[in-house]
Design a protein around this ligand. Structure first.
Ligand code: 3PY
Ligand code: MG
Length: 247
């Protein structure tokens, strides 16, 4: 299935999140059975050269991949798409104008201003064309500040926004809370997001710091659910094993 098919088939999807540079951990994560894999080049320790090999490793498993780009910047969006990412997650999108800029970088003219050069994206795709790319590429804009959430209705109304992806930690900081706090007001505001997205035909996504939070946000109506990163899962498994053997 393509990333768009995975995200629009009416079922919630669970994505794996990669912050560790290197193709092998990405391949392991893809083989674990996640519905999609995100290669995080914002907060992950992953540069362009590693991102490229990680996209190749994820493709071996037949899993669709998405890249979180470092910022809402056309150069990094277009480089990730040319390298073969099926979509991008764009951080810190705070207005409809910023969402339109992110969408434009993902689409060839006349829908946007993506420059032609799909070096790896077109590899093995006999009918690759600007129209096909514009139909298939997923543009996920991150809403993760109070001003952005206050303008959610305007952001989801921007044509070409496929996903609103919530960053709960940055949103907590923007509200004046600690990044991992679980304040009632923070939860209340994020619980309102999926309905607004649904009303505009936009997918609601969110980063989930634990399996419990993943279940919570799934119940609230989010359908693009990112699991904790492979680094977090590795650290937790190691700590749990050591706790067992040392007690
Ligand atoms: C956030 O919580 O701010 C994120 O960006 C999660 O990846
Ligand atoms: Mg964030």
């Amino acid at each position: 299935m393509t990333l768009r098919e995975v995200l629009t088939n009416g079922k919630a999807s669970v994505g794996g999140w990669c912050v560790v540079p290197g193709s092998f951990t990405a391949e392991v994560m893809a083989r674990a059975g996640f519905d999609w894999i995100c290669i995080d080049t914002q907060h992950g320790l992953i540069g362009y050269d590693q991102m490229l090999t990680m996209l190749q490793a994820v493709a071996v498993a037949g899993t669709p991949s998405v890249v979180r780009v470092p910022w809402n910047d056309p150069a990094s969006i277009m480089k990730a798409l040319d390298a073969g990412a099926a979509g991008v997650i764009v951080p810190m999108v705070n207005s409809a104008a910023e969402a339109a800029a992110a969408v434009g970088a993902c689409r060839y003219p006349p829908a946007g201003y993506r420059s032609w050069g799909p070096t790896r994206a077109a590899l093995g795709v006999a009918d690759f064309s600007p129209e096909l790319a514009n139909r298939s590429v997923i543009c996920a804009v991150m809403v993760e500040t109070v001003p952005a959430l206050d303008q959610l209705a305007e952001i989801v109304s921007v044509p070409g926004v496929d996903v609103v992806f919530i960053g709960p930690s940055d949103f907590a900081i923007s509200m004046g809370f600690a990044p991992r706090s679980d304040e009632a007001e923070h939860r209340r505001r994020l619980e309102a997001v999926p309905q607004i997205c649904r009303d505009h035909g936009v997918i609601a996504g969110i980063a989930c710091g634990s399996a419990e939070l993943l279940a919570r946000w799934s119940q609230a109506g989010y359908t693009m659910l990112a699991a904790p990163s492979e680094m977090v899962l590795l650290r937790q498994a190691a700590a749990a094993m050591l706790k067992t053997v040392r007690q």
